[in-house]
Design a protein around this ligand. Structure first.
Ligand SMILES: Cc1cc2nc3c(=O)[nH]c(=O)nc-3n(C[C@H](O)[C@H](O)[C@H](O)COP(=O)(O)O)c2cc1C
Length: 257
């Protein structure tokens, strides 16, 4: 495989990502979706296990319910396609049972929970960039984990699967594409050899706080109280959420050990 000259500005495409939450009514043709799903399946997966499944939710009734579960996120209804990415160890459990292989201890492990979750996330991100590469917009919908058991029931998810998140895909509305959100300075996330002391890098975070403060101000039309990224993050994350998640995952036969 030729490793050079294959970048056709793909890096720019990825670097231009922003979540799209306003979609036009236009549907993505099925041929395009097939290509996107082929790209999803081309992601790496741990030991080639492909421990995920993707549910394309076509029922408008189910989309409406999922939108509500996600905290009334309208784009779940308005987007052309809504996909639910599931971590999936069910398939492996079933083939093991068919082959009379005792897989229980392995499938019960936290390690296999990580394997399936990561596989689902990698397939999802491939989906995202494939869709964006042909002009569509996407937004993840972690909000469906507000009601994980209800989502599992609605989608008939069997044991050893769980909905990691959804993804809305569709045509962006050209004059409603948001500005790109600034990312942390590279110095704050990319280290050499060892993890540095927090204080050594703190000035970069402080600079970023100021940058994000401006971004939030601009986005909110300057009417809201200014907040830094650190403030927004601590405000958001200080409230424990979805505290029944471990119980739900245990019920789906994840994280047993
Ligand atoms: C796992 C995951 C779950 C997310 N869930 C939601 C969601 O439920 N609703 C939403 O509007 N955005 C959601 N997002 C989008 C993030 O808010 C967004 O990626 C982040 O703010 C950065 O903005 P950008 O994607 O526009 O660069 C989610 C993103 C990820 C990775």
């Amino acid at each position: 495989m030729e490793l050079t000259n294959r970048n056709f500005d793909f890096i720019s495409l990825i670097s231009e990502h922003r979540s799209i939450r306003k979609f036009s009514d236009e549907k993505i043709p099925e041929e395009a979706m097939e290509k996107i799903i082929t790209a999803a399946q081309s992601a790496s997966s741990s030991s080639h296990g492909q421990a995920y499944s993707i549910i394309n939710v076509t029922s408008s009734e189910k989309r409406k319910i999922l939108s509500e579960y996600a905290g009334n996120q309208k784009q779940v209804i308005d987007s052309s396609h809504f996909l639910v990415f599931c971590a999936d160890l069910h398939r492996l459990d079933r083939i093991a049972k068919l082959a009379n292989v005792n897989m229980k201890e392995s499938l019960d492990s936290t390690e296999m929970f990580i394997v399936a979750t990561v596989d689902a996330a990698l397939a999802a991100q491939n989906t995202a960039i494939a869709a964006e590469s042909i002009g569509y917009g996407i937004v993840y919908t972690g909000g469906i984990r507000n009601k994980p058991a209800e989502v599992a029931e609605l989608l008939n998810l069997p044991y050893r699967t769980y909905p990691v998140f959804g993804m809305c895909i569709g045509h962006p509305i050209s004059d409603q594409i948001p500005d790109k959100k600034p990312r942390l300075p590279t110095e704050s996330i990319f280290f050499e050899d060892v993890y540095p002391d927090f204080d050594e890098k703190y000035e970069h975070l402080q600079q970023y706080d100021q940058l994000m403060k401006k971004y939030y101000m601009k986005r909110k039309g300057g009417s809201q109280k200014e907040k830094t990224w650190s403030e927004v993050m601590t405000d958001k994350r200080k409230v424990p959420r979805r505290q029944d998640m471990k119980l739900f995952l245990n019920n789906q036969k994840f994280l047993i050990k």
